[in-house]
Design a binder for this molecule. Structure first.
Ligand code: ZN
Ligand code: ZN
Length: 145
């Protein structure tokens, strides 16, 4: 599905934080939750999941900042430019959720779902792509939030 398995570089807008994705995506989809709207300034964000071992911070680790919401995954971003990079625990084995716009080269991705469509703004429309649509998070695989 998701990626070809090629190694992908990730970086923030100012270039201070860099990372390398070494594992194929295990899942990808579009999340329409309100947090994704605020974080991205758009109606949704495209997200891919990788195992923790498949992501290596290669630069600017000192600039990484995290927001830990009361529910859901911690959100990692660059403290200098504010770019949101990924979500999940860096000190655990659980998956990380990548913000796909940060990756270079642009990976081949086949989104599999739309999550949190009940939170979509009235000015956004879903494409007629035949993918499953979930009112809220996914029941399986585990929900990104
Ligand atoms: Zn930055
Ligand atoms: Zn979301």
């Amino acid at each position: 599905m998701a990626s070809s398995g090629a190694r992908l570089n990730g970086l923030c807008l100012c270039g201070a934080v860099r990372f390398l994705v070494t594992a194929p995506f295990t899942d990808a989809g579009r999340c329409h939750c309100k947090r994704c709207q605020i974080r991205s300034g758009q109606s949704s964000s495209l997200i891919a999941r990788v195992p923790r071992a498949g992501l290596e911070i290669t630069g600017g680790a000192d600039e990484l900042r995290v927001w830990r919401p009361p529910t859901g995954h911690p959100k990692w971003f660059c403290g200098l430019c504010g770019t949101h990079l990924f979500a999940g625990e860096l000190d655990a084995e659980g998956p990380l959720f990548l913000r796909l716009g940060t990756l270079d080269p642009t990976p081949n991705v086949e989104p599999r779902w739309h999550a949190w469509v009940s939170s979509m703004p009235s000015w956004a429309t879903l494409p007629d792509d035949g993918l499953p649509r979930y009112d809220r998070g996914l029941t399986a695989p585990a929900a990104h939030r």
